[in-house]
Design a protein around this ligand. Structure first.
Ligand SMILES: Nc1nc2c(ncn2[C@@H]2O[C@H](COP(=O)(O)OP(=O)(O)OP(=O)(O)O)[C@@H](O)[C@H]2O)c(=O)[nH]1
Ligand SMILES: [Mg+2]
Length: 311
């Protein structure tokens, strides 16, 4: 019923479904089954970058541009570290306030903490909810703190990495392995000193990267998101990347890789939960006693454990 109401465009049903996803609710398999026929078509765009670089401001402007094209848009702002639920990162809400009353836009902040498979499992399901609710495009904002941004890249069709002048961001980008995940670099806050140098640094790094024929060459776009400048260029870079994805059958490949990761994360989560329940029982402790005393080895014990789980 919730899924039907979400499909009818009831924002409270959408919010409720995402809360269920966020909390790893036991009804998720049923929700996923109900959503499945309505998913797989939305364009997913990831935005990542250091705290305060302008992700939410850029997202807000991109939503405006996408709305002007007539798209229904979903926004997920993921906070991988904080334990808040169901609510909002205040800053995100304020920055995206422009669209708060637009029925063609869903904006949601979510925490993935506590979810079985972490960000990698919860976010794709939240994307499905938004797709189910009729969103043509879903923007996913994640603060670039290590692993999270690599995960956001794995679930997006196109990943934007935002940088700002100064702050040694370009060097940081290489350290964190961001060069590999960025389809488009946005040098935001181009109203500040050093934007040219940052653009040059990034372009230099891109030039150094090895790329075979037909491979995507990351685009570099400058923007002043706070003034809505450069947003058309960002949209054009996204379109160009999208066309490349389709032309090289990369869209299908990325989506299948994403689905594989999703299935794996769910399966591992289930497995972990089952092993957790064994830990309290006698089976695992009996095996542990044998391993500790040298009666058996840990590999054989692990095989025995897996056999019990699937048996
Ligand atoms: N000077 C300048 N400031 C900007 C620009 N874009 C955004 N800002 C400001 O930078 C601050 C942070 O912007 P946000 O959009 O919240 O940044 P964010 O990356 O979403 O931040 P977190 O979600 O906290 O990581 C705000 O005060 C914005 O007004 C810009 O192009 N130029
Ligand atoms: Mg933000």
């Amino acid at each position: 019923m919730l899924v039907e109401r979400a499909r009818d465009g009831d924002p409270r049903a959408v919010a409720r479904l995402i809360t269920l996803v966020e909390s790893g609710d036991e009804t998720l398999p049923a929700i996923a089954a109900a959503l499945a026929p309505h998913t797989g078509r939305a364009q997913v765009i990831g935005l990542t970058g250091s705290p305060g670089v302008g992700k939410s401001t850029t997202t807000n402007e991109l939503v405006r541009a996408l709305r002007a094209r007539g798209h229904r848009v979903g926004v997920l702002a993921i906070d991988p570290s904080s334990p808040f639920t169901g609510g909002a990162i205040l800053g995100d809400r304020v920055r995206m306030q422009d669209h708060a009353t637009d029925p063609g836009v869903y904006i949601r902040s979510m925490s993935s903490r506590g979810h079985l498979g972490g960000l990698s499992a919860a976010t794709p399901q939240a994307v499905r909810v938004l797709e189910g609710a009729g969103c043509d495009v879903v923007l996913v904002e994640t603060v670039g703190v290590g692993q999270a941004e690599v995960e956001v890249a794995s679930l997006a069709d196109t990943t934007l990495v935002l940088l700002a002048p100064g702050m040694g961001d370009a060097i940081q980008a290489v350290k964190a392995g961001i060069l590999e995940i960025a389809d488009v670099f946005v040098v935001n806050k181009a109203d500040r000193d050093g934007a040219d140098a940052t653009v040059r640094d990034i372009q230099g790094m891109i030039a150094l990267g090895e790329r075979g024929p037909g491979q995507w060459r990351p685009q570099v776009v400058r923007a002043i998101a706070a003034r809505g400048e450069g947003i058309d260029d960002i949209a054009a870079a996204i379109d160009k990347h999208r066309a490349w994805l389709v032309e090289h059958d990369e869209l299908r490949r990325r989506r299948e890789a994403r689905a594989a990761a999703e299935v794996e994360a769910i399966a591992l989560g289930v497995l972990r939960a089952r092993i957790g329940s064994l830990r309290d029982g006698t089976q695992l402790s009996a095996l542990a006693t044998e391993v500790a005393s040298g009666a058996t080895d840990p590999y054989a014990a692990a095989e025995a454990l897996l056999a019990q789980l699937s048996g």
